[in-house]
Design a protein around this ligand. Structure first.
Ligand code: NAD
Length: 336
């Protein structure tokens, strides 16, 4: 019989619902507490989930073994450090942190406490993404020579109007790249291998009067073998187009469109599979992996295995995102 881990969620806004749903389905985990500084959000979560509520997250720690962080970006690092220092395991929503220095504080706290720190890049757990990872690991495709990824979604004035922290440098740390497109960026980075150079441009094309940061971003990433990877993301989309990602490999090409993976081998063999069937949570255009990720996280907590998307792994994406924003700010200063 598995020990039941008591789970507390900090931040009862939009994404907390996915956490509540996924926790409910897990064996060996039970939601016991929620926390929010907004009394209305807290009251709603308390009454819907039937658990204890806290306005100060520090007070919640006594009641839980695992803390899920679902708050605005600028709060992730300190909340994670505090939870780890209180000897709690942590699952933190993306982005890990706004800066690599903050992310390093989280890694150090996890090492010091001996507790697990996991970052919620749930799209790595989509069945389509896992299929691509499996293909690359099998050696069948040979080396990845280059690739591209495109995210075009619609986030307008009303989306940014719903929460004060969005679209601001201090609290979101950017916009489309660090928030909406981070999952696809993380996937491309993971498939590409080590990124040794990057060039990035950002602009606000539609929302310049609404947000401080970018609504559109494009990048060229170079990996350790000189392979080129193009990345384009925009919140100016007409609707939310499924994510597109392509990889050119020595032995063939892989294309991802939403949940569909098409593989064209050099010998002419083509396979085309739709992995939508495993859809568990959320919106299909941003992935269905929350449930799968949490299953694996809690499996690791019960077995003592290391969760694969830990602080060190998420740090690789954090560093590149920080570099992209640094380049953007330097460009802006030069232009002024
Ligand atoms: N994994 C995904 O696909 C995905 C999707 C959406 C959002 N997210 C991430 O989830 C996080 C939250 O996003 P959201 O859209 O749910 O935001 P939201 O604004 O809807 O909710 C955030 C909640 O945190 C609460 N909060 C703020 N400060 C707090 C504090 N000091 N203590 C306790 N609660 C506090 C707010 O009152 C609010 O209820 C962000 O990191 C976001 O990027 C992830």
């Amino acid at each position: 019989m598995k020990e039941t881990l008591r789970v507390g969620v900090i931040g009862c806004g939009m994404i907390s619902v996915n956490h509540f749903k996924a926790i409910r389905r897990l064996e060996g985990a039970k939601l016991t507490a929620v926390c929010d500084i907004d009394p209305a959000a807290l009251e709603k979560a308390v009454s819907e989930q039937g658990v204890k509520g806290y306005q100060d997250y520090h007070d919640m720690f006594a009641d839980v073994d695992v803390v899920h962080i679902c708050t605005p970006h600028h709060l992730h690092a300190q909340m994670a450090v505090d939870a780890l220092n209180a000897c709690k395991h942590v699952l933190c929503e993306k982005p890990m942190a706004i800066t690599a220095a903050d992310a390093q504080r989280m890694i150090d706290a996890a090492k010091h406490s001996g507790k697990q720190l996991a970052i919620c890049f749930q799209n790595r757990y989509n069945e389509s993404s896992r299929k691509i990872r499996e293909l690359l690991d099998s050696g069948k495709m040979g080396k990845v020579l280059g690739g591209s990824a495109v995210v075009t979604w619609d986030r307008g004035e009303s989306y940014y109007g719903k929460a004060e922290w969005r679209g601001k440098w201090a609290t979101e740390g950017g916009a489309v790249l660090i928030n909406q497109a981070i999952h696809t960026f993380d996937l491309l980075r993971d498939y590409a291998g080590e990124i040794v150079d990057m060039k990035c441009s950002m602009s606000a094309k539609r929302l310049e009067d609404v947000i401080e940061a970018e609504d559109t971003c494009d990048m060229l990433l170079i990996n350790q073998d000189g392979g080129r990877f193009l990345f384009y993301a925009s919140n100016c989309g007409v609707g939310n187009t499924p994510v597109q990602l392509g990889l050119k490999c020595e032995q063939g090409e892989i294309r991802l469109y939403g949940n569909r993976v098409t593989v064209k081998m050099k010998d002419g063999t083509v396979t085309d599979e739709d992995y939508s069937s495993g859809f568990t949570d959320g919106k299909d255009y941003w992935g269905s992996g929350h449930g799968f990720l949490m299953e694996d996280f809690y499996r690791c907590l019960h077995t003592g295995d290391k969760f694969p998307i830990d602080g060190d792994e998420a740090m690789k994406t954090t560093i590149l995102i920080e570099k992209a924003y640094t380049q953007h700010c330097q460009e802006r200063r030069r232009a002024e």
